[in-house]
Design a protein. Structure first.
Length: 432
């Protein structure tokens, strides 16, 4: 495999069979057909700017040789559906999925595949170096990687200024910093173009929500919006819960009400309430009216409480069973529970009025016989907090009893919500 820098191809002379020449102005991909294969070159000729399909390129050897006459190349009337490597990639911020960070592209490395490459006589041609005195015939070009280091920057800065041989020696002394193309997510802020080019963030969506949040916080507001428009609702919700409140607010305000409602519905109710509570009242109402009734009810209920209280920190997603339940009942309920995993570390028992009676740690459930009554597995003492308790008291209870979850009850001791250790950590971080 040989590679060719994009900046070496840009500006290269293009010859047709008659000897007429032009220069490469752009290198294009057609992402909806192939995300990595170069589809054409945009060439400036005396008769205007034309598109040379790569299938009509017969060789690359310093310059580019075409197998068809320049007059046959179609005029470049527009670039709709094309991704232009110089315009859309060079000097642009992209997401490095593998490194979990945002990087800037200094150059692009193209892989040159040529089935008719000529060996240099030192072997059978398999795995041997290519004799650079011969052209690379019938080439297939693919985007191999992006250069995000000093090497690409120096190549661009000194190209055409320093002698080619001297530049080659200098570049050889600079360690490469390249990221394979398969690990790159491109950011396209234009919604119509994003759809046309089939640009999505499938790779980004596979990362941990905390890593997505770190990446998103490095982006400009319009780039954040573009990312959240393409993530599925569940992933977007998980990532949104991890970003700072200021960035949360900025993202939600940038989205249309319907999209924002879809994402907020997937958030934990307490996190959704905290977010909507920070928005202007009119914007909050716009989002709430587009939410599903059940999710809307949970969030509205939490919005009624002060954020600095136990009720303001709790989530209404929890697992509570009748006081008569058995271990088998609990196992069945766990299998059907659709809430977050962080709230099922403890299962709560309530009477017919919803009054909190006991708490059973998940570890005890695992070790018990399926027919055992849940009431026999309750943990003592039963630690709880009333809705109006201040959040600093909540933190003290978690610290004193090494809690993973804390039940919240109303004035009649009816179980109304649960606070998780994640909620307490987020609360403490906000105070730093």
């Amino acid at each position: 495999m040989t590679t060719l820098a994009l900046t070496e191809l840009l500006g290269a002379t293009v010859y047709d069979p008659s000897g007429a020449s032009g220069r490469v102005r752009e290198v294009t991909l057609t992402p909806q057909e192939d995300r990595s294969r170069i589809s054409s070159l945009i060439v400036k000729t005396k008769s205007g700017t034309r598109i040379l399909q790569l299938t009509a390129v017969s060789a690359i050897n310093g310059g580019v040789r075409a197998s068809t006459s320049a007059a046959e190349w179609p005029m470049a009337g527009g670039t709709e559906g094309l991704f232009l490597l110089e315009r859309d990639l060079l000097d642009q911020q992209v997401i490095d999925i593998n490194g979990r960070k945002v990087v800037r592209v200094n150059d692009v490395e193209l892989q040159v595949d040529a089935p008719t490459e000529k060996p240099n006589g030192k072997g059978n041609g398999k795995g041997q170096e290519i004799d650079r005195s011969h052209p690379v015939e019938n080439p297939v070009l693919r985007v191999h990687s992006v250069d995000v280091g000093a090497r690409g920057a120096v190549r661009r800065l000194l190209r055409g200024v320093a002698p080619r041989a001297a530049l080659h020696i200098l570049l050889g002394k600079i360690p490469p910093r390249s990221i394979p193309w398969k690990f790159i997510d491109v950011i396209e802020t234009d919604p119509a173009r994003r759809v046309k080019l089939k640009i999505s963030h499938d790779g980004l969506a596979k990362l941990h929500p905390a890593d997505i949040a770190d990446i998103v916080e490095e982006l400009a507001p319009n780039e954040r919006q573009a990312v959240f428009q393409t993530l599925d609702e569940e992933t977007a919700a998980e990532a949104l819960e991890e970003v700072t409140p200021r960035v949360q607010k900025s993202i939600v305000e940038s989205l249309d009400s319907g999209r924002a409602a879809d994402i907020v519905e997937e958030m934990d109710p307490d996190a959704a309430a905290d977010l909507l509570g920070d928005l202007p009242e009119e914007r909050t109402e716009q989002i709430l009216v587009q939410m599903e009734p059940e999710a809307q009810h949970d969030v509205v209920e939490l919005l009624e409480h002060r954020e600095q209280t136990a009720a303001g920190r709790m989530t209404t997603e929890f697992l509570a069973l009748p006081v008569t339940a058995t271990v088998q009942n609990a196992i069945d309920s766990l299998r059907e529970f659709e809430g977050g995993v962080e709230v099922v570390s403890t299962i709560y028992l309530v009477d017919s009025q919803g009054t909190l009676v006991g708490a059973v740690p998940l570890a005890r459930l695992v070790l018990a016989e399926t027919g055992s009554p849940m009431l026999s597995l309750t943990q003592e003492p039963l630690v709880l907090a009333h809705e109006g308790v201040e959040e600093n008291v909540v933190a003290e209870l978690f610290d004193k009893y090494n809690l993973q979850t804390l039940p919240v009850v109303d004035e009649r001791n009816k179980l109304t919500g649960v606070i998780t250790s994640d909620d307490v950590i987020s609360m403490l971080r906000s105070k730093l």
